[in-house]
Design a protein around this ligand. Structure first.
Ligand SMILES: NC(=O)c1ccc[n+]([C@@H]2O[C@H](COP(=O)([O-])OP(=O)(O)OC[C@H]3O[C@@H](n4cnc5c(N)ncnc54)[C@H](OP(=O)(O)O)[C@@H]3O)[C@@H](O)[C@H]2O)c1
Length: 131
């Protein structure tokens, strides 16, 4: 049986093709649909943590594109400012701000929160810093 399979390149090619096809199909299925809604966020004020890179930065970019006012909560203000500059240049939305917040420090979180206590306009808090 092994020798039979060894001399069947077409069989192996079709197994490989099917495996790759099924893998792509499953990946496609798991991803769900792409969010293409052009909904605007002009009157929204959003705080995003972990905003200088990765998912957080992409979130800020998309919200800024949609016109939201975004506060980027980052522990490293230099990295935050660099990311903010990129986002403002790309989206032409100047209502993107940097605020210092180290989520590993309760003191830093309290200080950060105190600055927003009087700002009842904050609509959404998005934390992309899970670990
Ligand atoms: N990327 C994915 O596909 C994916 C999928 C599922 C789940 N996740 C999870 O989602 C989270 C974000 O993923 P990511 O890919 O965006 O990660 P990332 O690129 O490493 O970004 C993490 C962000 O969190 C910030 N951060 C870390 N510790 C912090 C602290 N103590 N205070 C304030 N900010 C802090 C980092 O700031 P610094 O730059 O200063 O370090 C950075 O901006 C992670 O927990 C990850 O495990 C990611």
């Amino acid at each position: 049986m092994f020798n039979f399979l060894k001399s069947r390149p077409v069989f192996w090619a079709s197994v490989t093709g099917t495996t790759v096809g099924v893998a792509f199909f499953i990946k496609d299925l798991m991803q769900g649909e792409k969010f293409n809604n052009s909904i605007k966020a002009e009157n929204k004020v959003v705080i995003v943590t972990g905003a200088n890179t990765g998912i957080g930065k992409e979130t800020v970019l998309e919200l800024a594109r949609r016109g939201a006012t975004v506060y980027m909560a980052c522990r490293d203000m230099q990295k935050c400012e660099e990311a903010r500059e990129e986002i403002v240049l790309e989206t032409f939305n100047k209502h993107v701000y940097c605020r210092q917040c180290d989520l590993a420090s309760l003191e830093s979180i309290r200080k950060f929160a105190d600055n927003f206590k009087k700002n009842s306009n904050v609509w959404i808090f998005l934390s992309t810093t899970l670990a």
